[in-house]
Write a protein that binds this ligand. Structure first.
Ligand SMILES: CC(C)(COP(=O)(O)OP(=O)(O)OC[C@H]1O[C@@H](n2cnc3c(N)ncnc32)[C@H](O)[C@@H]1OP(=O)(O)O)[C@@H](O)C(=O)NCCC(=O)NCCS
Length: 182
């Protein structure tokens, strides 16, 4: 993996955040429940991946695959009958990867209150060509102060992901070199 600072300009024209921002809405049914009768976390994660995938495909203009999903947070239970809105946008772009931020909102079926935030997540997608190899993506162009804050926060997460991955790889190699792991 290369670092953003070392990356040459791809020459692809930028795309504004709003060009690919997407909301998927879904009513929860009895098929979506866990043993407690509330909605299974995996059902929400599937919706999150679907919405983020739609955004990544729109932004990159072609196929994109999920490379990672992190910081999936469940803030409140979702119930049968709730109308769930999954809002996703590209926060940051690298050479071939995109961080997509997702916010999950629930309109309670039996309350007239505004939609409540019930979860959030960050996913990294890689745009791929017909052979499944990474291909360059247009740089995202943040349009608002909120977009710019999300871009900066995504850069921090990217730095931490790379550092953590590197540190774990080095530790494993060291343990193997010292004969501690098979
Ligand atoms: C994601 C994938 C295309 C990366 O391929 P690769 O040969 O490792 O290519 P690279 O190392 O150049 O990574 C490509 C980009 O993805 C990013 N990336 C790869 N793995 C990542 C991870 N685990 N977390 C975050 N970013 C990641 C890299 O940083 C790089 O970004 P950049 O081009 O913006 O710098 C490949 O691992 C893959 O196809 N994975 C399976 C994806 C899939 O099937 N998802 C659905 C699961 S069912």
């Amino acid at each position: 993996m290369t670092d953003q600072a070392q990356r040459p300009d791809s020459g692809i024209p930028g795309k504004p955040t709003s060009a690919s921002r997407t909301t998927l809405s879904h009513i929860m049914t009895g098929n979506d429940t866990n043993l407690l009768g509330t909605v299974h976390g995996g059902v929400i994660m599937k919706l999150v991946d679907d919405a983020a995938g739609a955004v990544a495909g729109r932004h990159s203009g072609g196929p994109a695959v999920t490379a990672s999903m992190d910081e999936m947070v469940f803030l409140e239970p979702v119930r049968v009958g709730d109308l769930v809105h999954v809002k996703a946008q590209v926060n940051w772009t690298g050479r071939s990867s995109m961080e997509v931020g997702v916010r999950v909102m629930a309109e309670r079926w039996n309350e007239s209150t505004p939609a409540t935030q019930v979860g959030s997540a960050y996913l990294v997608f890689a745009a791929v060509d017909a052979d499944g190899k990474p291909r360059p993506v247009p740089p995202v162009v943040p349009e608002t102060e909120r977009d710019r804050r999300r871009y900066q926060e995504a850069q921090i997460r990217r730095t931490h992901r790379l550092a953590r991955r590197r540190a774990i790889k080095e530790l494993r190699e060291k343990r193997i070199a010292e004969g501690m792991d098979a």
